[in-house]
Write a protein of this length. Structure first.
Length: 234
């Protein structure tokens, strides 16, 4: 299995769906590294262009790999040795190409149900092509055709055909991973991956769906569910 993970801190959305760089958290690094080690992921990339955030991540890694933390907890050291800090997704892809001899398939994860979304606006308002109804989901307002037509001024994004073509089920993704194809799974921070990142991906994994409509899992929890579905024992 040639599976990689990328935790993206830029570009992502904030709660107002503005393009931002999010802050690195110690919990994310520790827990995702342990997750990666458990499921046989070859490397976890922490992606941020900010020098202070890169330095913070490297200080954490230094303590738990080369410092006292590595002596105190060798199991944590083994997990954190999988972590690599890079400035952008392109650098992560290049490192995988150097290791594997081929470009990886890039699969994004997203909590938002985008299968029917036809247009994206700069305010993240979307037209639903199949129902035409209005509703609220994680801060997204799904509007009627008439409301969208009246306002206009949309930026080019993922249209319905593009999204449907790139949508990937867990069953299909698991099959690709088991076929030993090099794959990197991208996980967003803050309020999710920015469309700049989404446009660079080959596929978008179906969201994790619960039973209540509550859709605010931490990235660590969502990643654990996804990894178990894709790389766990059946």
């Amino acid at each position: 299995m040639r599976l990689y993970m990328g935790l993206i801190h830029f570009p992502v959305y904030n709660k107002n769906y503005e393009r931002i760089a999010s802050a690195i958290t110690t919990l994310d690094i520790h827990d995702l590294a342990r997750l990666a080690k458990t499921y046989g992921v070859r490397r976890l990339f922490i992606v941020t262009p900010l020098d202070d955030q890169q330095n913070l991540a490297r200080r954490i890694l230094g303590h738990w790999i080369d410092g006292y933390g590595g002596q105190y907890n060798r199991h944590r050291k083994e997990a954190l040795e999988l972590v690599c800090v890079v400035p952008d997704l392109e650098r992560a892809v290049e490192e995988i190409k150097e290791t594997e001899g081929e470009a990886p398939l890039i699969i994004a994860t997203d909590a938002r149900p985008l299968k029917n979304a036809q247009f994206w606006s700069r305010s993240r308002k979307a037209k639903i092509s199949t129902t035409g109804i209005s509703g609220i989901f994680r801060g997204l307002k799904f509007e009627t055709d008439a409301e969208i037509g009246q306002r206009g001024a949309f930026c080019k994004g993922l249209d319905a055909s593009d999204e449907n073509d790139r949508s990937m089920s867990y069953e299909k993704a698991r099959g690709i991973i088991q076929e030993d194809k090099a794959v990197i799974l991208l996980f967003g921070t803050a309020w999710g991956l920015h469309e700049e990142v989404m446009k660079k991906t080959d596929s978008i994994l179906d969201p994790v769906s619960g039973k209540t409509g509550y859709n605010h899992l931490s990235v660590r929890t969502a990643a654990a569910i996804i990894l178990d579905r894709l790389a766990g024992e059946i």
